[in-house]
Design a protein around this ligand. Structure first.
Ligand code: NAD
Length: 548
């Protein structure tokens, strides 16, 4: 990247600033003659315009600039991918120190732009990035190395095959506002190591965080390898219109479906990390204190604006009263603005307000919290006891600080209710009997299951983060993420001296004898039949390969 720090209003990019060398001469100071000896022709010739440099800005990127940005990324990607993997690793490894050195700046920006407590921002969006860079820089060489395919020497003599993991090329990365630093980095780091260029389109709600992420790569990777495009959905659509090789999308189900359709029309592979309606299943033998603490954090961190936020609790009846009392007590202790975030947007606040109102109208009981005055983003952490689950609060993604609790008769009933959702991101099970929880986990449809914990595993770079159903089909983190960021390419080398292959022309009686002998030798006959077939092969294979 070329520009220095993120700028609020960076002004015109270099190409649009007046070119003094080519423009009219500045006015001469009084008393100074403007008549001088004629200038040499080379000086008079208009200077070529300075190359347009990438700009790290919070302003929406003019849509007409997007084709140039794509072209710059495409050309930069070719050189980047040509570099030895060690060079790319050395470059990306520098990111760790830079992120940690700018920890306060990052956390403060997130506090100001999104309303997160500074500590929470540092814990969720700064510190895990050190592990992220460590993991990928340590593992990249091994994970991106080519793999030899073992070929049967009898059927495929003289042949060796290798699977190479080539970069996709230019990847469009479209991200949301709820974790606007951590989420993009989880794709940018492995994508760049794999030799891709990335066009990064942060959410229009968090452009400062987006610009900050781009600025982290300044002078670490060559210009064009990470390009920032600011703006709303129209900017993302323009990126897709101009041709990319893969799309990594994180956001809402509705937008994800539109992006998936756009990708399908272009036959561009895409990865979808979408919404959630995560459940916590609390069994009667849970560790009460730990469970209550975990539920309160899991539901209210980032004001519940977390794809893996706990949005449903299914608790077994015998422990329900005690658990609810503890959860209410802990929620009451949360300090507004110190422990809790504000809702980031009015649009989101309206959804949360509507879900709560509909649940109350359906009979839900507010145990603590409740909707703030109209227009306020300071939505207090709210715990509700739900008896009628036929409401949006129990079905749709709320993405807000509401913890609905439902009493169940058995773990099986909790599993059934959990699986009934169209979402399938994560589920937690809270019990002292871990082995039992492991058995229950196998019955769940969600992509991630945590026992006696919730939601934090997105911060583990070695662990796949993925959902089912309307939660999408993307995989972030872990070697599995490379399936989206690389393209498997198979190269076969044949050094066989044979005149022909088994399956080449002509189709002869010898070939017929040979293929059926092969079928018998490979299991189509009993012991003696196989022995006989082997002898037949010894005679027929050389005749086929080298004979007429
Ligand atoms: P959103 O869908 O409104 O926006 C996401 C991104 O898509 C933004 O950058 C936006 O500008 C862009 N966009 C909007 N219209 C577009 C279009 N027509 N074509 C292409 N891109 C377009 O989502 P949001 O409100 O920013 O984020 C919240 C959602 O993200 C929640 O549903 C949450 O669960 C989900 N999320 C999922 C994960 C996960 O890992 N599964 C993580 C974080 C957030």
């Amino acid at each position: 990247m070329d520009a220095a720090q993120p700028q609020e209003n960076p002004g015109a990019p270099a190409a649009e600033t007046p070119n003094v060398a080519a423009g009219p001469a500045p006015e001469a100071p009084p008393g100074v003659t403007t008549e001088a000896a004629p200038l040499p022709e080379a000086v008079l010739a208009p200077a070529p315009p300075p190359p347009e440099r990438p700009v790290i800005s919070t302003d929406p990127t003019p849509l007409e600039k997007i084709p140039d940005i794509l072209a710059r990324a495409r050309s930069a990607q070719r050189n980047w991918a040509e570099l030895p993997i060690r060079d790319r690793i050395d470059a990306v490894a520098k990111l760790k120190k830079r992120i940690l050195a700018r920890a306060e700046e990052i956390a403060t920006t997130l506090h100001e732009e999104c309303g997160k407590p500074v500590e929470e921002a540092a814990l969720s969006e700064v510190l895990p990035n050190a592990d992220l860079v460590d993991y990928w820089t340590l593992m990249a060489e091994e994970l991106l190395d080519s793999v030899t395919v073992e070929l049967d020497a009898l059927s495929y003599p003289g042949k060796i095959g290798r699977i190479h993991k080539d970069p996709r090329g230019v990847i469009a990365l479209i991200t949301p506002w709820n974790y606007p630093v951590a989420i993009p980095l989880r794709t940018i780091v492995p994508a760049l190591l794999a030799g891709n260029a990335v066009i990064f389109k942060p959410s229009e709600v968090s452009p400062r965080a987006g610009a900050l992420v781009a600025s982290l790569f300044k002078d670490i990777v060559p210009d064009g390898v990470l390009e920032l495009v600011q703006g709303d959905g129209s900017a993302a659509e323009a990126i897709l219109d101009n041709g990319v090789d893969a799309v990594v999308f994180t956001g809402s189900v509705a937008t994800g479906k539109r992006v998936a359709v756009a990708c399908a029309e272009r036959l561009v592979p895409c990865s979808m990390e979408l919404g959630g309606k995560d459940a916590a299943i609390v069994l009667s033998d849970c560790k009460l204190e730990r469970t209550a603490n975990g539920l309160v954090w899991g539901a209210f961190t980032n004001a519940g604006q977390n794809c893996a936020s706990i949005e449903r609790v299914y608790v077994e009846r015998p422990v329900a009263d005690k658990l609810i009392a503890k959860v209410v007590e802990l929620t009451n202790k949360l300090r507004a603005g110190v422990d809790t975030s504000r809702i980031t947007t009015q649009k989101q606040a309206a959804i949360v307000r509507r879900h709560l109102a509909e649940a109350v109208a359906a009979g839900a009981e507010i145990l603590v919290g409740g909707a703030p005055p109209e227009g306020s983003l300071d939505f207090p952490p709210t715990v509700v006891k739900v008896t009628n689950e036929d409401c949006s609060l129990m079905r749709e993604e709320t993405f807000g600080p509401i913890l609905p609790i439902v009493l169940v008769d058995s773990p099986e009933q909790a599993i059934e209710k959990t699986n009934a959702s169209r979402f399938g991101l994560t589920t937690s099970i809270w019990t002292k009997k871990v082995r039992r929880a492991r058995d229950l986990a196998r019955k769940l449809k969600t992509g991630v299951i945590t026992i006696n914990n919730h939601g934090f595993t997105a911060a583990l770079p070695a662990a796949p983060w993925t959902g089912t159903g309307d939660s999408g089909y993307g995989i972030t983190n872990s070697p599995h993420a490379l399936a989206e960021l690389t393209r498997a390419r198979f190269i076969l080398e044949d050094t066989s001296g044979a005149a022909r292959e088994l399956w080449w022309y002509p189709y002869t009686p010898i070939l017929r004898t040979l293929v059926f002998a092969m079928a018998r030798a490979r299991g189509g006959a009993g012991f003696f039949g196989r022995i006989a077939a082997f002898f037949r092969l010894i005679v027929t294979v050389p005749r086929r390969m080298f004979g007429g």
